[in-house]
Write a protein of this length. Structure first.
Length: 314
């Protein structure tokens, strides 16, 4: 475990210090590693059903050094990412660790329950991860998350300490459910760049239509770096996501190769963005809080590493 955490720190420092690094990573080279887990899920509305089958697609990379047993790292992406956005970490760790890298429900070629508003809680996604590990024949794993994926991993180690033996959260801190539920609208006055979440929550259909109109443009708008930042007003509107980019030609994603961009557009175009917006709905956020709050065990007792940026754009 300490070696894994040390390697991750070195990797993060290398990537941040080097700025935009474009490698030769080709997601299609891993097509033979793609697997499918048939998972039971809950659909809360409409109509309610406690027995819905969904398919979670994941990449399974066994360590090239053939170490036995090898620690398994479960890599959990955020929004609007896919399994392939872990490219630098895959290249760093694939020789020494078993890597399980899913597309979360509703992303790319992973299916969903049909209920974006209330059937995509943190607990729901933890169940998906456990299903994936069971399908892969893995008993325990370290959960490595980025962005919303960090939140999923924190909930995973909190709720299932029998399965998840450690956690690494990049960019997003652990926030326990010990306190009262806090709607996003109450945070926006102090954190104005959360306003876009009100748009995603209040108008899922309109948000999805805007995001789906040009998948490449949406991808390029969302995935920027400090050295190639978005407009200052980006994310500050509760009526649009891409409005700040109006009339602006958005440059390529700094850390993607052209092959990675092409793959992303193809994968995200399979279903569009609608059923990726479960992270932002009030119903899912409340259900996630209520479940953890009701259980009451808010301390993460497994080894944990938080990775935060040292530079941010204005």
């Amino acid at each position: 475990m300490p070696r894994l955490f040390a390697s991750w720190i070195i990797l993060v420092v290398t990537l941040v210090g080097a700025g935009a690094v474009v490698g030769a990573f080709d997601p299609r080279a891993y097509s033979g590693n793609k697997q499918t887990a048939q998972c039971k899920a809950v659909r809360r509305s409409p109509p309610p059903s406690k027995d819905v089958d969904i398919k979670i697609r994941y990449v399974d990379i066994k360590p090239r050094k053939n170490l036995k047993p090898a620690t398994t790292i479960l890599m959990v992406h955020g929004w609007p990412s896919l399994w392939s956005t872990w490219s630098k970490q895959i290249e760093e760790f694939e020789n020494d660790y078993r890597l399980i890298i899913p597309n979360l429900r509703g992303f790319g070629d992973s299916t969903h329950t049909g209920d974006v508003r209330s059937s995509g809680t943190m607990g729901d996604m933890v169940n998906d991860l456990v299903c994936v590990l069971n399908n892969a024949g893995v008993r325990q794993a370290v959960c490595l998350g980025h962005d919303w994926g960090s939140g999923v991993c924190y909930e995973a180690v909190r709720a299932r300490p029998d399965v998840f033996i450690g956690v690494i959260g990049a960019a997003i801190p652990y926030v326990s459910a010990a306190g009262p539920f806090l709607p996003i609208k109450d945070l926006v006055p102090r954190l104005p760049k959360l306003a876009y979440q009100l748009f995603f929550d209040g108008s899922v259909e309109n948000a999805a239509a805007e995001l789906d109109a040009d998948v490449k443009r949406t991808m390029r708008a969302a995935l920027r770096t400090v050295d190639s930042p978005p407009p200052k007003s980006f994310l500050t509107s509760n009526k649009t996501f891409l409005g700040a980019w109006e009339g602006v030609e958005i440059p390529p994603v700094p850390f993607f190769s052209p092959v990675e961009e092409e793959y992303y557009v193809e994968e995200m175009g399979l279903q569009g963005f609608k059923h990726t917006l479960h992270f932002y709905t009030s119903e899912n956020r409340y259900h996630s809080w209520a479940f953890a709050h009701g259980q009451g065990n808010h301390t993460l007792r497994q080894p944990a590493l938080a990775v935060y940026p040292t530079k941010v754009s204005n």
